[in-house]
Design a protein around this ligand. Structure first.
Ligand SMILES: *Cc1c(COP(=O)(O)O)cnc(C)c1O
Length: 398
């Protein structure tokens, strides 16, 4: 990839077929310097809450903002429990453990995802199995999932067993790509039918809904991320969401070193994690959550502008929200004609200091996941060659 130009130097002597797109993005963002992919926006009570936290001395994992952030987040997504943790990867790790994923198990996920999904599965000692995605949602295909389970697995003592490996397929982890919901209802039904636990990687999808119900509330447990590039940020942070009281209690316990509540005694009842979100980060989270409705409106307006711009072009197609869904449009995306055109687009935009990004390399191409079973992944490969993200920072947020 061509490194971005620094400062505000824009090369005007490089005419190319994507000049009008570059000009459009610059106009959208009113920016003559670098246009970033997704910058955090702090226009609310962030500084106020941070100062209050510092003044209170409760900067670590006990404090009013940790409790408040969890409660307000649960309310926003319409879940019973939300437990703030140190990052989205930790949230996924704990979510997979809560789903019962054990060493030697297998977990089905999609090959088009951020590497954290597979890493979390691996932390549990389990192995990912890659099943293909759909063109319109970019996420796990219920049809491909059903067909894989029907042809490659059998039911044995109430669990799903992979015929090829003899291992238990304990969980399915679909991911809502760039905030576009996967066909989660269909996936949930398939999981129930095959006795597999559904865990949602909703890291990118805060503010995304299926038939009015927030994503991350369809599975037994789900994970969100508040990394610096996500739709709201806590610097680093994540959330484990569930409706199950026992799961929520266990998650709170296992993310706080499994310490038994006591005024002064240090007793712990299992090997556990230090995964709880510090109060400083939660303070940021509370302030960001207050602005989420404005961020969502802004992302929707940006998506509408891109949708209109790309409507009549034959060299690129705008990736819209799937039918029946409301996407947060966290990162807008387009599809180019093929890999050559994709690379030309990436070079043209980067050469003009407009940050764009190709969709991830398929997980099964990474050395540590190269040996994992897959179903051919035809659609994933097709998308890998074509999809790029466009600048999507929230605009005009008062
Ligand atoms: C960001 C992200 C994560 C991990 O979140 P971190 O907070 O960066 O650990 C996991 N899965 C997906 C799909 C993500 O985009």
């Amino acid at each position: 990839m061509i490194p971005p130009l620094t400062g505000s130097t824009i090369s005007e002597n490089l005419p190319n077929m994507y000049d009008d797109i570059i000009q459009f993005i610059r106009k959208l963002y009113g920016e003559t310097g670098e246009v970033f992919l997704h910058e955090p926006v702090f226009r609310g009570a962030e500084k106020d809450y941070l100062i209050r936290t510092i003044d209170s001395t409760f900067v670590s994992s006990v404090g009013e903002y940790v409790t408040r952030f969890g409660e307000e987040f649960a309310q926003f997504v319409g879940a019973k429990h939300a437990v703030p943790v140190t990052n989205g990867t930790a949230a996924l790790h704990v979510a997979c453990l809560a789903a019962g994923v054990k060493p030697g198990d297998e977990v089905i996920t999609q090959p088009l995802t951020f590497v954290a999904t597979c890493n979390a599965i691996s932390y549990c000692g389990a192995k990912p199995v890659f099943v293909d995605v759909e063109r319109d949602t970019l996420g796990l295909s219920p049809t491909a999932l059903q067909s894989f389970l029907e042809t490659q697995t059998r039911q044995e003592n109430g669990v799903c067993v992979n015929r090829r490996t003899g291992k238990v397929i304990r969980a399915v982890v679909p991911m809502h790509v760039f905030g576009h919901p996967v066909r989660i209802r269909e996936i949930a039904d398939i999981c129930t039918e095959h006795h597999i636990v559904l865990v949602e990687d909703a890291a990118e999808a805060l503010g995304s809904f299926v038939d009015g119900r927030h994503v991350g509330t369809f599975g037994m447990v789900s994970a969100f991320s508040f990394n610096g590039n996500k739709i709201i940020t806590t610097g680093g942070g994540g959330m484990v969401v569930t409706d199950d009281d026992n799961v929520a209690d266990w998650v709170r316990h296992i993310t706080t070193t499994a310490k038994l509540p006591h005024a002064w005694n240090y007793a712990h009842d299992s090997i556990a994690f230090n995964y709880r979100m510090p109060n400083l980060n939660a303070a940021l989270g509370c302030a960001q959550l207050e602005q989420l409705p404005r961020f969502l409106a802004s992302h929707r307006a940006t998506a509408a502008a891109y949708r209109d711009f790309f409507a009549n072009r034959n060299d690129a197609t705008f990736v819209d929200e799937p039918s029946g869904c409301k996407s947060n449009f966290w990162l807008n995306a387009i599809m180019l004609g093929n890999r050559t055109e994709r690379d030309a687009f990436l070079e043209a935009t980067h050469g003009n200091a407009v940050m764009t990004r190709p969709i991830w390399n398929l997980m099964n191409r990474l050395p540590m996941y190269a040996g994992c079973q897959n179903d051919g992944l035809k659609v994933a490969q097709w998308l890998e060659d074509r999809v790029v993200n466009l600048p999507s920072t929230a605009r005009d947020v008062a």
